[in-house]
Design a protein around this ligand. Structure first.
Ligand code: KG4
Ligand code: ZN
Length: 338
């Protein structure tokens, strides 16, 4: 039996990542997170590109060393072609092309959003894989989509956000509360000790399976401004309850649309992916949906929720099996549809 070793590279945003997979199993999964953005309250594209440039060689060396794989035993290079920040994508794309050319092996281009979904196909003990067709909800700092997945690379977006992504709703709400970037994980942390029904925030009215989060952030802002006018210490005194109420509302919005999607498609296998799928509230909501409504839900391991190269590697592996290789003239694409 042949060993297919994929070296995968991810550089779409602010994480430089490399992974090695052998026949779909992870041998190594390295991520260098860029701390430089924290002081700016968001990702600064120019700084992200520079940090990728610095990190990419050490990260790839680490991934190969940890996997105990020699460069000459790599079968193909998979990389994130898009969507993402152009300057960031250029680093990974150019590096992947050069490396594949130098090693004289195939090059495989991967769509980052497809990869978030295909992360569920990583060979992992104790984790079931979804069966086609299933529904996937990708929830991250840049995306909010409901996707009907008919095959590995046959995906149809059936709902998406009209404005902000759900991760932005978390991060912008956190910023209003004076929490550092990225605030999503902190809201999650405080929410665990708060009362989700302490405060009520409006849910947007959006047709079909689409989402809108820009009004939500404004509602949080007005609420906080109004209450701090009455009591300057309002946030401090109520932080846990505010976070719990924000998280409860956002998850309610997501679950309402998932319910609608399940009803409309008749598909009750639901997978989540993307940074926000690390959120404990959404994870619990899906577990509850299994018992309440008989859904079968797929929740990724924490290390495969936020940006990583393992997911690029598993997508690359399935393209390798189809011999779906990229031409060396391939270019990065900052907007790249599923
Ligand atoms: O997938 P990702 O790493 O990068 C993008 O492609 O955007 O997602 C990052 C997003 C950020 O908005 C971050 O606040 C959010 O995921 N996030 C969370 C949690 N962990 C990460 N949001 C809520 N709860 C969490 N536990
Ligand atoms: Zn992502």
């Amino acid at each position: 039996d042949q060993k297919i070793n994929i070296l995968a590279i991810e550089s779409s945003c602010d994480d430089t990542a490399a992974a090695v997979l052998c026949n779909g199993k992870i041998l190594s999964n390295i991520v260098a997170t860029q701390a430089v953005h924290q002081q700016y309250g968001g990702v600064v594209p120019e700084l992200a590109s520079r940090a990728h440039q610095q990190n990419i060689v050490p990260v790839i060396h680490q991934a190969l060393a940890k996997a105990n794989i020699d460069k000459k035993d790599v079968s193909a290079i998979a990389f994130t072609r898009g969507p993402g920040l152009m300057g960031s994508l250029l680093v990974g794309t150019s590096f992947a092309k050069s490396l594949a050319m130098g090693l004289d092996i195939p090059l495989i281009e991967v769509n980052h959003m497809q990869a978030h979904i295909l992360a569920h196909f990583i060979e992992e003990d104790g984790f079931d894989k979804p069966e086609f067709p299933f529904l996937a909800m990708t929830i991250s700092g840049g995306h909010t989509q409901i996707v009907k997945v008919s095959d590995y690379f046959e995906m149809e977006v059936i709902g998406e956000t009209m404005d902000d992504a759900v991760g932005e709703a978390f991060d912008k709400s956190a910023k209003i509360l004076g929490l550092p970037y990225p605030g999503g994980p902190l809201i999650d942390k405080y929410a665990k000790e708060g009362d989700p029904k302490a405060f009520k925030f409006p849910k947007p009215k959006v047709d079909g399976l689409n989402f809108s989060f820009s009004g939500f952030k404004t509602a949080v802002l007005y609420f906080v401004q109004r209450e701090t006018k009455k009591d300057p210490d309002f946030i401090e005194k109520n932080l846990k309850d505010i976070c719990a109420s924000i998280q409860y509302t956002i998850i309610g919005i997501l679950v309402d649309k998932l319910k609608k999607a399940v009803k409309e498609t008749g598909i009750n296998q639901v997978a989540i992916g993307g940074g926000v799928s690390a959120n404990s509230g959404i994870r619990q909501a899906l577990r509850d949906a299994e018992t309440k409504w008989g859904w079968k839900c797929f929740i990724p391991k924490f290390e495969y929720t936020t940006d990583n190269a393992a997911m690029i590697g598993i997508a690359g592996y399935h393209k390798f099996l189809k011999e779906d290789f990229a031409d060396f003239s391939v270019t990065a694409q900052s907007r790249y549809k599923i």
